[in-house]
Write a protein that binds this ligand. Sequence first.
Ligand code: FPP
Ligand code: MG
Length: 288
Amino acid sequence: MTTLDQIRRPIESEIEEFNAFVRKNFSEEQGTLIGDMLEYVLSSRGKGLRPVVVMLAAGATSATGNFGKRTMLAAMLVEMIHVASLIHDDVIDESDYRRGRDSVNARWQSRNAVIIGDYILARNMNIGLQSGQYDLLTHIIGAMSTLCEGELIQSDHASKLDTSREHYLDIIYRKTASLFSVCGSVGAISVGASPDKVAAMRTFGKMLGMAFQIVDDILDVTSTLEKLGKMAGSDAQNGKSTYVTLLGVEECQRLVDKLTDDAMSALDAFENNDALTEYAKYLADREN
Ligand code: FPP
Ligand code: MG
């Protein structure tokens, strides 16, 4: 099975540069509440899948195969929206663990967690505005309201327990796949790719994001706190009807395979897209 390390290898040095760029933009004095909270959040950002998709999409669609500062900025804007959304998500889900550690709300209480999430979003927006790269910012910021819609629609269904397959797919598109699709398209936009390449990368990101969330939902019922580093079984506990609880793990796996095929079809227009193709395969294999 392809590993995530193999997928990241072609852009290893860029990922390091990206991590330093994020720290430079989101660090504050240690020993202050804001500084300590930011340090805690930045020191466990997880696998960084979204910036990887932005950078791979940029590399695959740029005329030279290279990408620069605009791509780094786009990757950071997307990643920090994701980081803030998970801080808020753990407050909503009353989850005490994230990435094998106390969640921000467990460590500093929900009221501080909400504010640091807001702070990250505000600072992110400021950085985007000050950069003057309005095309990137405009493209990315739309995803924030879509994420909120996903959470609210999910919450509405949780109280009514009437989730259909269509509702579920709509929810996971909004809460997860919309941001992944932006990762694909903004990566391509950041290097001035043609509209058809931007559209193909958008489709790639969307299918990947749908597959990713279904796998996440499968793992919620099949895995453990120790393996996941976050609470398992919390979807049912929070009244969320996921595709897994609706149709079972096997049906979900079939859907993940189909979405991954669709993601790979979106790449047909490209040559030398091994890293992206491997990434799609990695997600499909992840829980096997
Ligand atoms: C994780 O779902 C949650 C998301 C992918 C989206 C969260 C979005 C919000 C809280 C809306 C606020 C948006 C912004 C931009 C601040 P999950 O609970 O199924 O996954 P988990 O198991 O990782 O917790
Ligand atoms: Mg959650």
